[in-house]
Design a protein around this ligand. Sequence first.
Ligand code: F0G
Length: 466
Amino acid sequence: MTRRRSWAEPWKIKVVEPIRMTTRGEREAAIREAGYNTFLLRAEECYIDLLTDSGTSAMSDRQWAGMMLGDESYAGSRNFYALQDAVRTYYGYEHLIPAHQGRGAEHILSQVVIKDGDFIPGNMYFTTTRLHQELAGGTFRDVIIDEAHDPASEKAFKGDVDLAKLRALVDEVGAERVPYITVGVTVNLAGGQPVSMANLSEVAAYCREHGILVILDATRAVENAYFIQQREDGYAQKSVARILREMCDLSDGATMSGKKDSLVNIGGWLGVRDPQIAERARNLVVVYEGLHTYGGMAGRDMEAMARGIVESVDDDHIRARIGQVEYLGNALIAGGVPIVRPIGGHAVFLDAAAMLPNLPRDAFPAQALAAALYVESGIRSMERGAVSAGRDPTTGEHRFPALELVRLTIPRRVYTQAHMDVVAESVLEVLEQRDRMRGLAFSYEPEHLRFFQARFETFGGDGIFA
Ligand code: F0G
């Protein structure tokens, strides 16, 4: 018999927040009231909330202690300098432009660098990032490798940029119309998939040669660094902190949502090396976010993020964080649930198209599956398929991405292994009832980022289950 050697989280629980299970009748009413959109549920109506890992982390005692050291001066708060030091040390960007969250930084960067008619390549789109590029007059082009669009491909670095696609774009439109490439590390909508250091180096070398900036979406860069440590030759002995720095050193800047890796509830930044871009960004940040030494964050928020950055790169922390996601993913695989492989960094992604082959794509199977999982179990998840992809700005048609997914996103340091067991069992229960599930049609469709506030009706009768 082989002896099992378990490991456990490198923390213990000091404060608890009660959660409440609801009845099935309550949940049926709640999801109908929410227009079958999990974003429109009240949090108190959810039992295990896996909507997102964004801003939902549990802060440590040290971070909470740091909140009491908030210097709420309008200008030049000491907490800004603490944050600047942490970003310089762990990410290596000289100039820090603080923002209220990631999309604030994306907005500033897009307005500063993109000219009307420019093209911005990226390794798969992200909702807010692409919209800010479009609003600044740019056109997004997907240059991720083909395997990223295949949920079953087991490739270790499914987030990699396809250099041939990048070259083809630059040859087609000219390097002068490509101000920068966004490299998401990890790639959220591909299933939390990482980019290899080898690929990042190649992208950086190509872009340097053509005068194109490399901007990381560093939102989950620590998780990416962990995958490099685990999977890429030559990195097993290096710390996650060192790998993170090596990744950032290949780039010219980054946008960051501190609400993920950095273990805080709010905050973000733009980090760059070029002093001229920094100056233009500082000029704009005062228009949209706040003074250039707080950018929409309170002093205490900046202190919590400075401390969160240090905790985030701890090898034990990140192993436990991703280990929990893998635990859930492996439980689902064992139960025969089709999920995106390999298991990603921040979430397990259910392959809704494979789970519900009878529902056509324009009946939004992932949206329906998220609603059904909620009704069955009180677990809140998020659609990441055609609803999230929105409409093509030129043709006005729905964009149907290859991936039609439901994301079970794991907040950091919040739930236990027992919660993960309940989640896996609940997904299996829904899978057994898939033949009774109804599709959805829009009853209200907002113009921008429609997934947040859209409302739906069920086809062929009331209720998500027939
Ligand atoms: N980039 C990535 C890869 C993200 O996942 C997010 C947010 C952002 C940028 C924008 O950051 O929310 O701070 O403005 N993702 C959240 C999610 C909303 O649930 O995946 P933000």
